[in-house]
Design a protein around this ligand. Sequence first.
Ligand code: HEC
Ligand code: HEC
Ligand code: HEC
Ligand code: HEC
Ligand code: HEC
Length: 479
Amino acid sequence: MPIFLSLRFREHWVRPALFFGNNPISLAGGAITTAAGVTMIGNWLMEVFARPNNNPYLGIIFNLILPALFVLGLALIPVGIYVRHRALQKAGKIPAVYPKVDFNDRIFRHGVDIVLVATIINFVVVSMASYRGAAYMDSPQFCGASCHVMQPEYTAYKISPHSHVTCVDCHIGSGAESYFAAKVDGTKQLVEVAFKRYPTPIPSPVMNLRPARIICEGCHTPAKFVGEKLLVKSAFADDEQNTETQSVIVLHLGGLDGLSHLTGIHGVHLGHIEYIATDTSRTNIPWVAKQNADGSETVFAASSLNGAVPQGQRRLMDCIDCHNRAAHTFVTAEEAINQAMAVGAVSPSLPWIHKEGLVLLKASYASQADANAKIPAQLEAFYRSSNPEVLATKADLVQAAGKQLVTLYSENVFPDMKVTWGTHPNHIGHMSYPGCFRCHDGDHTAKDGASIPQDCAVCHNLLSVDESKPKVLSDLGIQ
Ligand code: HEC
Ligand code: HEC
Ligand code: HEC
Ligand code: HEC
Ligand code: HEC
């Protein structure tokens, strides 16, 4: 028997605790805690020895609900003791001497030992469970998958180059302050979700996003000199042959070169260009200021401003002013089908597939399940009525194309969140959305008449624009 169970301790603590603890509330608490604890330990052992289960709902049960039950059970024990104590006190039935605890009784001694061991285990379980609960709440699974509101962003995230970066890395800073702010905000959002009061679609940008340079520079070095970057883009026409054309451009990405000169697209914007946007998606940017090396400032203003400074936050341009969709790229229907056809996932050998595919992608469906059922059926119906021999000779390609169109749709359109083609503009280029041309539109002029350049060659060399089998690609040995 442990030595520290001195006589006094026994008289004043153990006996009363056992006496008052013998009540339904405390006993139920003990049972809940034991059951939750055993289930959690069982689950952890399963995770060590078996394949982990990635179902987000199981995650919520094992990492959040069971620990909560475990703690609730523990809390019920003193509550029961207190209630019984009060009841007996009122009735004047508190015994002067508590029923004797006999430490010579072997069974009782073992009972006390078990309670001590159980307390230590409980302590370990609580600390492990709270650690795991916190870690789980930071996981992309919890942020993205357990809540259908995040479905569009989570879907895009999983197919992005950043699918291994956690949501928290970009959306919540490190340190207690940002953790707390995020959890308070998160609780508010949980309430919004519970009462279906959340906005659809979820607006961007996210106001409490960490400063992009802190996020992105954790992994990317802006000082890395990227130099020139070759970009090849395929597009298909709406004719029977789906005629393919290609644009080949060399982007002057630049960076910090060996002589410490900042050049090109990456070199010229960071750290010294500020702007004011007049809409929340930061698409209308009528006012831009550039800090010059000599400390002076050049303001480029849209002619519509007539010299006034617009209302709004003055923001220092950083990575996400161009790379705003780094983790959640939604493409346009045209981009989606062109990319799929360029890699053959939708076969360009199917007549009219570009035109018909676009029609099917852009049609309106009640839900993703609805699109899932209708798109392949309608594609087949199209060929059956207009071109039956295609179904006879290329049935597998038609089927594969139908499946791929469903995938493209479900990666970009989320009817219940009101996210559709074009809801979230991508600022990186200028073909589908204003992008670079938000500022480089030739209409942002300084007092001295200089303007933010729109000259094509400033940003890229155009080696071929929408050409069929461009010679430059065969010169490069790419085609
Ligand atoms: C690489 C950084 C990064 C990661 C990782 C990331 N996000 Fe984002 N997220 C952003 C940026 C940047 C925006 C702002 C987009 C804009 O302004 O257009 C954003 C916007 C959002 C939005 C607002 C709606 C929208 O589409 O613009 C939601 C919701 C969101 N993210 C959820 C998530 C979830 C959930 C995860 C994890 C599964 C995640 N994000 C991971 C960078 C990231
Ligand atoms: C935790 C590390 C990490 C963080 C943080 C991060 N990235 Fe990345 N990023 C990567 C990795 C790794 C790749 C390469 C992925 C690949 O090639 O599949 C990448 C790829 C990219 C690419 C190239 C994409 C492409 O299609 O080739 C861009 C652009 C990019 N990141 C921008 C950003 C921006 C902007 C941010 C900040 C919002 C950011 N990254 C934050 C790790 C990170
Ligand atoms: C003025 C707009 C702009 C800003 C600001 C900007 N980028 Fe980029 N970045 C681009 C463009 C354009 C590309 C090329 C896009 C493409 O490949 O389609 C690019 C490409 C990249 C790539 C891929 C490079 C490669 O080798 O393919 C990475 C990584 C990247 N940027 C990271 C960053 C980071 C980190 C920041 C902030 C420190 C940043 N960018 C700021 C416009 C910008
Ligand atoms: C918020 C406004 C803004 C946006 C958006 C923007 N830029 Fe710029 N850009 C500027 C300003 C201001 C300058 C400096 C003009 C000057 O010095 O005369 C500049 C300069 C440049 C230059 C150097 C021009 C030269 O004369 O050498 C390049 C290249 C460039 N930008 C490319 C891009 C690309 C590519 C994008 C889109 C991915 C983009 N910019 C988006 C504001 C912007
Ligand atoms: C401010 C910089 C900038 C200017 C000025 C500019 N572009 Fe671009 N352009 C880009 C960037 C960045 C991309 C690459 C976008 C991407 O990564 O998808 C691009 C891509 C393209 C493409 C590739 C096709 C495609 O579907 O994306 C074409 C064609 C093109 N630009 C034509 C032009 C022409 C023509 C002009 C002159 C009127 C011009 N651009 C001016 C930045 C610029």
